[in-house]
Design a protein around this ligand. Structure first.
Ligand code: GLC
Length: 428
């Protein structure tokens, strides 16, 4: 394969990005799956490093890797039910155990434990549910003999980068079309050159021309990955979130339940990423048998039912902008519509402030039922609404305001500092 220069490569990626990213920008919501030998320990996926396991000690877990039949199918079903549009699986986490039939890494799930190709099962399950398919692939490797020495020994570095190349080549060759390559932790080398990322990513793209790649191989590539936080960036971005703020890998369900997110908290995340042009990749850490942890079911099913009625406020490429028009809600917007997510219900009447453009309609998003309203200057009065929030699933009710024209900037106008020269002040 003929490799091109860095500037040529970047130009090529910029040229094709919109086409490649189109589905992902619409999708908004995905499921991250952290599954591996660490799932047996239930003490965080970093246990091997944090607890100073030797490789020999840790390897003993391989024989116990026994996910129950059909586990990936259950993950995919729940993802679909939750309204998620894609999944990303840890095909090989930092511990170095491959969940597929790797020829370069015999430390894998086909040689040990269940003797099954979990990546294959995952891919099939995603396809059954029509979900986008993402492969998480750690760069750091605690099991490979050169995983540390590669930082200062050029022969070791060559062996490690060849190995990483080969692992990813297998993944992107043997499973049909793959949508996302999700790298993680580019240690011990500190640079793009150290990881041969320019070369490897070109080779990976040659195998999967439509693939999108995250920013963790020490190259920016297609999208940013703020972790456990929401940070909008200029380009595309995806917040990845654990389900509890503590661990990506499985934790004892009973003990972790109080730390785990509710449907409402997940909706807050979804609203936040949506309003700022990002995606949410929400993690599940299945247990040692690959079972979905109990605390994840109900919130995710609730979200799915809610999205079934209110998905319009979430899916699809949308304009960025965070405009609060009432203290009980947050907003997302798309084209000529503004969606007000009422976290608490205001009662039968509500006043919205700072709305400059002329509102042409107000309705409940879930039912389409119109809401009476009066607009006066920057204020919109919603009238005769139900006394109790009408959302049946999570009591998060979305009101949709429509405008005949592209919306003008909307902003609460009673901010003394902004009054000066505020061009939208109503004419006396
Ligand atoms: C971190 C951790 C890792 C986890 C990842 C997910 O970089 O090292 O355990 O898989 O974040 O984003």
């Amino acid at each position: 394969m003929k490799l091109i220069s860095r500037p040529e490569y970047l130009a090529e990626q910029n040229r094709t990005r919109d086409a490649r990213m189109g589905w992902w920008r619409e999708a908004r919501f995905g499921m991250f799956i952290h599954f591996g030998l660490f799932s047996q320990l239930g003490r965080n996926e970093w246990a091997m490093a944090l607890e100073d396991y030797t490789v020999e000690e840790y390897e003993k877990l391989a024989d116990g890797f026994m996910p129950k039949p059909g586990a990936p199918r259950e993950w995919a079903r729940l993802a679909k039910e939750a309204g998620m549009k894609y999944m990303v699986l840890t095909t090989r986490h930092h511990e170095g155990f491959s969940l597929w039939d790797s020829k370069v890494n015999p430390y894998n799930s086909v040689n040990y434990g269940c003797k099954r190709d979990i990546v294959r099962e995952f891919v099939d399950a995603c396809r059954e549910q029509g979900l986008g398919i993402g492969f998480y692939s750690s760069l750091m490797d605690w099991h490979h003999p050169d995983g540390g020495a590669a930082a200062y020994d050029s022969q070791a570095r060559k062996r490690l980068t060849d190995y990483v190349y080969e692992l990813n080549r297998e993944l992107l060759t043997n499973y049909g079309k793959i949508d996302i390559l999700w790298y993680d932790v580019a240690r011990p080398m500190q640079t793009e050159e150290g990881w041969n990322s320019l070369e490897r990513n070109q080779q990976m793209r040659a195998l999967q021309p439509d693939i999108i790649i995250n920013n963790r191989s020490r190259m920016e590539e297609d999208f940013g990955t703020p972790e456990e936080r929401f940070e909008a960036s200029e380009g595309d971005w995806e917040s990845c979130m654990t389900f509890n703020g503590i661990s990506w890998g499985y934790l004892d369900s009973e003990q972790v339940a109080p730390y785990s997110y509710t449907a409402q908290q997940i909706m807050r995340m979804l609203c936040r990423v949506t309003a700022n042009g990002g995606n949410l990749l929400l993690n599940i850490g299945p247990d040692r048998e690959g079972r979905i942890p109990a605390e994840a079911f109900e919130p995710l099913r609730t979200i799915g039912r809610w999205l079934g009625e209110n998905g319009e406020a979430v899916y699809g490429k949308r304009e960025r902008g965070w405009h609060t028009v009432n203290g009980l809600c947050s907003n997302t917007r798309k084209d000529n519509a503004l969606y007000l997510w009422f976290w608490l219900w205001p009662g039968s009447e509500a006043t919205l402030g700072g709305i400059v453009s002329k509102v042409s309609g107000a309705s409940f998003l879930s039912t389409g039922r119109p809401i009476e309203f009066v607009q006066d200057g920057h204020r919109v009065y919603l009238k005769n609404m139900p006394a109790k929030g009408p959302d049946a699933h999570a009591n998060v009710c979305v009101i949709k305001l429509t405008f005949d024209e592209p919306m003008e900037v909307i902003r609460g106008s009673y901010r003394p500092a902004l009054h000066q020269g505020f061009e939208y002040m109503p004419k006396a």
